[in-house]
Design a protein around this ligand. Structure first.
Ligand SMILES: Nc1ncnc2c1ncn2[C@@H]1O[C@H](COP(=O)(O)OP(=O)(O)OP(=O)(O)O)[C@@H](O)[C@H]1O
Ligand SMILES: [Mg+2]
Length: 206
């Protein structure tokens, strides 16, 4: 969908940081844009996510989790993203359908065909025009921060799980290289920011 850009990548690779730097740039350029991330301030999408994240729902199976994420995404799409795109704004979203491929489809094993169908039903034609994949493997992302907290978090969620998520992202880059574009995120924040701007300029998005 024209004017729709998403950021993807493993945890801690700098998605929020790059979106903040991009926001500062776009504000300076007086561009009309919307930054969002699921659940995007949508009351209903927030409620659905609260069900997913509720520790009391430990029995939730993987398909149920994926369907609830897709339900929250559909609501966020209809309430926040579609109106902004219709108003001709550039929409930049922190994570979207590719996270579902990498996490639920690949790392949790629901499989590509299952997620293809899920995405078709939940977002339909509203696929991003460009997805910026901040490419940094999870081990490097956590090591870069050198923080105990992050190390603990990686340990808690399982390093193998995060490695699988990364492999899932690499498959997406192979499958759809025109839309899902790898940007080397191993440099400084500013270096990555320049790469992001170069890519957005090359696509005529800024
Ligand atoms: N290029 C960089 N070099 C060094 N540190 C960085 C770089 N980019 C981001 N960081 C730092 O890494 C940490 C994680 O960055 P950030 O929150 O932007 O990642 P994220 O991809 O949004 O993570 P999450 O998936 O958890 O939302 C922050 O402390 C940030 O300052
Ligand atoms: Mg973030």
């Amino acid at each position: 969908m024209k004017g729709f850009v998403t950021f993807e990548g493993c945890e801690g690779v700098g998605k929020s940081t790059q979106i903040r730097l991009l926001r500062e740039y776009l504000e300076g350029e007086k561009k009309d844009f919307v930054l969002t991330r699921e659940p995007g301030g949508s009351r209903l999408a927030e409620k659905i996510r609260a069900v997913i994240l509720d520790a009391g729902n430990a029995e939730m199976c993987d398909p149920c989790e994926a369907l609830l994420y897709a339900a929250a995404r559909a609501q966020h799409l209809h309430e926040i993203i579609i109106p902004a795109l219709k108003a001709g704004k550039l929409v930049i979203c922190d994570r979207y359908t590719d996270s579902t491929y990498a996490y639920q489809g690949f790392a949790k094993g629901l499989g590509r065909a299952w997620i293809d169908e899920l995405n078709r039903l939940s977002v339909g034609e509203y696929t991003p025009e460009l997805t910026i994949f901040l490419d940094l493997d999870p081990t490097s992302a956590f090591a870069r921060k050198g923080g105990r907290d992050e190390g603990d978090r990686l340990e808690m969620l399982g390093a193998d799980f995060h490695k699988k998520v990364y492999q899932g992202y690499l498959l997406l880059a192979e499958r759809d290289p025109e839309r899902f574009v790898r940007v080397d995120a191993s440099g400084s924040k500013q270096q990555t920011h320049e790469k992001v701007l170069t890519l957005l300029r090359a696509r005529g998005l800024i």
